[in-house]
Design a protein around this ligand. Structure first.
Ligand SMILES: Cc1cc2nc3c(=O)[nH]c(=O)nc-3n(C[C@H](O)[C@H](O)[C@H](O)COP(=O)(O)OP(=O)(O)OC[C@H]3O[C@@H](n4cnc5c(N)ncnc54)[C@H](O)[C@@H]3O)c2cc1C
Ligand code: SF4
Length: 325
């Protein structure tokens, strides 16, 4: 059973900000993650503020300058099916298509997908671990086959969103409204690594709402993609995934963004892979070296070393796919 809480459904962004400013409250968008967390007592909330009536946060707009604006309340199904996104920002469309199941893509929003809580089974279960304010990470010496191999530090979650790595690769910017006005931050800075704060997932201040995501106009030569490997053929989170955004001049890479999912607590920029690709011909030798570089610095836990080879194979496969197109 869900615990008791008050529920407000403001009609405008200003009303929503005012409702959040009245005291500690959690934001409800599609509810597909939030309600599970409240039901399972992952965290508690006395007040819930729903964004669902804020039409100003809906919609997907292609701007005259070639950039794209996606409202935080756009559903993942809308993002997946949008023709302009599929044509010009393929990584985002492919990522949205690979999220969960059709029902969840209809209910879940882009904003909620970016701000969702991690799936570590200790965190979701009855364990007062470090992320919940306790002293221990139970995964470190426990069941850790789905945990991270990069950037773990004190907490070894993997960042759960498929759309976040695609947006980072595409250079997207998040627009945020809050009590002090509006601000922008790159989606690359939206997620908080455990080394900074193991109890916080997103860099939003209390009372702030993610309102939309802006993706700059792509270079006409941009090729982008997202693919994840999951344990089951049906809906599942990534064991490992990669978003690519490469600009090519002939077969030479003139810019490269490579962002991993399923292997780190935040969307993980594979900087060494990017450095190998930058200015190189996208041939078999470059691809092999670049793929190996993706796991530079990996520190697998006892049960998840398989993710190292999986990541290398996946990056190699996706670079080969771009080279063939
Ligand atoms: C069975 C299952 C399978 C799943 N599989 C995948 C998967 O394969 N890949 C994947 O990426 N995700 C997966 N998910 C997660 C799913 O995509 C998210 O639950 C969904 O995108 C969240 O969107 P929502 O609108 O329902 O968010 P909500 O549940 O309403 O909110 C989620 C969190 O974000 C916060 N939030 C929501 N909107 C905003 C906003 N605009 N500003 C600030 N904070 C906000 C809420 O406070 C809450 O903490 C799965 C979920 C389930 C239940
Ligand atoms: S990995 Fe993070 S969320 Fe999971 S048990 Fe450890 S501290 Fe908690």
């Amino acid at each position: 059973m869900l615990p008791a809480f008050t529920y407000a459904q403001p009609r405008t962004l200003d009303e929503a900000l005012a409702a959040l400013a009245r005291g500690p409250a959690v934001i409800h968008a599609g509810g597909s993650d939030l309600l599970g967390c409240l039901h399972d007592r992952v965290f508690a909330a006395d007040h819930v503020v729903s964004l669902s009536a804020l039409d100003e946060l809906r919609g997907i707009r292609e701007m005259p300058d070639g950039s794209l604006r996606v409202g935080a309340l756009a559903s993942l199904a809308e993002v997946a099916a949008h023709g302009g996104i599929g044509r010009r920002f393929a990584a985002l469309a492919e990522a949205a298509r690979q999220v969960a199941s059709p029902q969840l893509r209809n209910q879940g929003t882009l904003g909620g997908n970016l701000c969702q809580k991690p799936r570590c089974w200790y965190y979701r279960g009855d364990f007062h671990c470090l992320r919940k304010g306790g002293e221990l990470c139970y995964a470190f010496a426990g069941e850790n086959r789905y945990h991270c191999i990069l950037g773990g530090d004190t907490c070894f979650i993997v960042h759960p969103s498929d759309t976040a790595p695609a947006l980072v690769a595409l250079g997207a910017v998040a627009r945020v409204a809050g009590p002090a006005g509006t601000r922008s931050l790159p989606v690359e800075k939206l997620h908080v690594p455990p080394s900074e704060d193991p109890q916080r997932e997103v860099a939003l201040e209390p009372g702030e709402i993610l309102t939309e995501v802006l993706i700059p106009a792509p270079d006409p030569r941009l090729r982008s993609s997202y693919r994840k490997v999951r344990e089951r053929g049906a809906w599942d989170f990534a064991l490992a995934g990669v978003a690519l955004a490469l600009t090519l001049d002939g077969d030479t890479v003139t810019s490269a963004a490579v962002v991993l999912s399923g292997v780190a607590p935040v969307p993980w920029r594979a900087r060494q892979t990017e450095a190998v690709l930058q200015g190189a011909r996208l041939d078999a030798a470059t691809i092999a070296t670049a793929a190996r570089a993706a796991v530079a610095g990996a520190e697998p836990l006892e049960q998840n070393a398989y993710k190292v080879a999986l990541t290398v194979g996946l990056v190699e496969e996706q670079l080969e796919r771009i080279a063939r197109e």
